[in-house]
Every structure is written in C-alpha cells, then in structure tokens.
Design a protein around this ligand. Structure first.
Ligand code: DNO
Length: 346
C-alpha cells in the first residue's frame, strides 16, 4: 500500500515541510478548493498544485475530492453542464498524471458531527456524534468544516426539501445516471473513481443517504462493470455502526480489486449508537487496526492509504480532524503494523 497524507493547500496550517518529515511518507492527497463546485478545473491549476507538491519532494497522488454539484445529485437545473464539466475535469486531471479521484454522493451535507472539540478522557479533543445533540440541531444554521458553505439558509432549506421529495430510490437513480455518464470517460483516461461512504452511514435530517453498508455497496458497484469504478473504504465512516464488519468488507471488495483508496481511523461507539473519534490505536476505539491492516495485507492491497481524522493533542490548533500530530502518530502506527505483516512476523 502507498501511504499518503491529506493536505489542504497553501491555507493549511500543516505544511508540506511538516508532512515530508513523517517517515514512510511521499504521497499527497489534495484538491483545488477555490474553484466553485461544478466548474472545470483548468490544467494549469492542477499542474501548479502538482508542481508545488513536487517542489517539496512529495507526489500528488490522489484528488480528494472533485465535488459533485447538487444539481447532478438532484438531476435538475444545470446538471448536464455540470456532468460535462466533471468529465472535462477528469480528463484534465488525467493529463496531469492523476490516477485516483475520491468523491461522494451525500446530499447537501458531507461528514456530520455534533461536536468538533469533544474532550476525551486523556485531555485531548476529538470530533463526536452525539445522537441527542444531533436531534436538536438545525442544519440550516450550521456549517461544518467539510460542508459547502456557499448556500444561503433559504437554499439549504429548499435543498433539504428537494431531497426529502426525491427519496432514497430517486437518489439511486440519479447516482446511476451520473455513474453511467462519467465512468466511460474515467475508464478511458485511466482514473480510478473512489466513492466515499456516507458519514455517518444513515439518513440525517430526514434526507436519504445511500452509500452505507454491504448491501448498498454491492448495489453501487453493480452500476458499472469496470475496475475503475470503486470505493474509498473509510473505516471510520462505515465503522461507526456495528452493522459493518470492516475487515470483512476489506477482504470482500479488496479481492474484487474495487478498493482504490483506504481511509483508516478508529471510532469509539457508544451504547446508544453515538460515537466519538479516538486515537488510531486499537484499544482506544471500537475497531481493531491489526485486523484491518491484516485484511489489506492479505488481499495484496496496492492502492493508496491515508490516516484519517486525528484528535487535537499537545495544544495543537487547526482544522478539526486534520491537525498534524495525531495523524502523524496514526501513520507511524499503521506503518509499524504494515512492516510487521510484510516481514511475516507471527
Ligand atoms: C472527511 C472526509 C470527507 C471526504 C469526502 C469525499 O474528513 O473523509 O469529507 O473527503 O466525503 O468526497
């Protein structure tokens, strides 16, 4: 597997100089953040990002994400233009040597939490999803770091209503139409498309979410018969419900060659189904990292992997979930397990 690290560009308090000092690190996961969703990413902009990464002796490996415009997910308005733009962006990324693109099909909201700085018992802070607090939230008055903040309160209200009317089956139909339009191009230009699961993997605020577990992942993969059509297997997103057995899913989809990108992190699931994000180390959360790494090892996974959300430790401040220290600890821990597995130590 190829270890990578997410970098949010020049605005990121975590610099490429810092990232380069993490052992076993040479791949960067990034994106262009200032182009409005739906517009084409010009080759020059992609090349500039790539050059900047290379100047720091790192490689731009994965794009996370090329976001999908809400008009595409709702198949309304200017969806045809946005799909054509999406294809052109894939062509441009391919010309710059990119082979893996992560995206998601979550209606309106990307990852959702009730608390961004939940105090853990060791004095660190992490992201948490507390069911009772989520139930009281008004999504139109809230912005989380992973969300598109360009919508007004009225626009968010009308989007929520549109998805409630569309329903789960309608969303599946629109996803299918999108996949069938973009995948021939992605395949032709040799880009592996890696859909990110919904986080959390259940409906929120009364709107559907469909990339949630084995049955739906099977259905998703059946939408297009080509190895370029695949998954970002995010242990933390799928793993925040005990319904999903992560090592089993890795073995199943890994053996099929459908996992292109692995996000690895731990979560601690509570009795009531709420969860808090924990350190990567197995006993800090509900997931067994050795089982997870062993599953990747056993299926001969050669794709990209990155540590996912970290806690805020050692007084670090920064982008929630994306500080330097705890993610770097995650890299070292995962790399240690991988090295042990590779050497065949019993
Ligand atoms: C959360 C991330 C997600 C992911 C997108 C992919 O930290 O894993 O926001 O980048 O869902 O499109």
């Amino acid at each position: 597997m190829k270890m990578t690290f997410r970098w949010y560009g020049k605005e990121d308090p975590v610099t490429l100089e810092h990232i380069r000092q993490i052992p076993n690190m040479d791949g960067i996961v990034s994106a262009i953040y200032d182009i409005p969703v739906g517009q084409v990413w010009p080759i020059e902009r992609i090349q500039a990002l790539k050059n900047e990464v290379q100047q720091h002796h790192l490689k731009l490996e994965v794009i996370e994400s090329v976001p999908v415009h809400e008009d595409i997910k709702l198949r309304r308005g200017q969806y045809q233009t946005y799909i054509e733009n999406y294809k052109q962006t894939l062509i441009n990324l391919s010309k710059c040597g990119i082979r893996c693109v992560c995206y998601n099909f979550m209606p309106v909201f990307d990852w959702t939490r009730s608390t961004l700085n939940y105090p853990l018992s060791d004095g660190s802070h992490a992201l948490a999803y507390e069911k009772d607090k989520i139930a009281l939230l008004d999504p139109t008055k809230l912005t989380l770091p992973g969300w598109d903040s360009s919508y007004s309160v009225e626009e968010v209200e009308s989007l929520i209503k549109a998805y409630q009317d569309l329903g789960e089956e309608g969303l599946w139909q629109n996803l299918k139409a999108f996949i069938q339009e973009i995948m021939p191009i992605a395949s032709q230009v040799d880009i592996c498309m890696a859909i990110h699961p919904d986080d959390p993997p259940w409906p929120i605020f009364g709107i559907p979410r469909i990339i949630t577990g084995e049955k739906n992942l099977d259905r998703f993969l059946s939408l297009y018969d080509d190895l370029h059509h695949g998954l970002t297997l995010c242990s933390g997103s799928l793993g925040c419900t005990k319904d999903n057995d992560i090592p089993y899913l890795i073995r199943k989809y890994g053996a099929m060659g459908r996992i292109h990108f692995a996000h690895i992190r731990n979560v601690k699931i509570r009795e009531d189904g709420s969860f808090e994000e924990s350190a990567h180390y197995s006993t800090c959360g509900s997931l067994d990292m050795v089982d997870i790494m062993k599953a990747y090892h056993d299926v001969g996974f050669e794709g990209y992997v990155r540590p996912d959300h970290g806690r805020m430790i050692w007084e670090e401040t920064g982008k929630p979930g994306y500080g330097l220290y705890d993610r770097a600890l995650g890299v070292m821990y995962l790399s240690g397990i991988e090295e042990t597995l590779k050497k065949g130590v019993k």
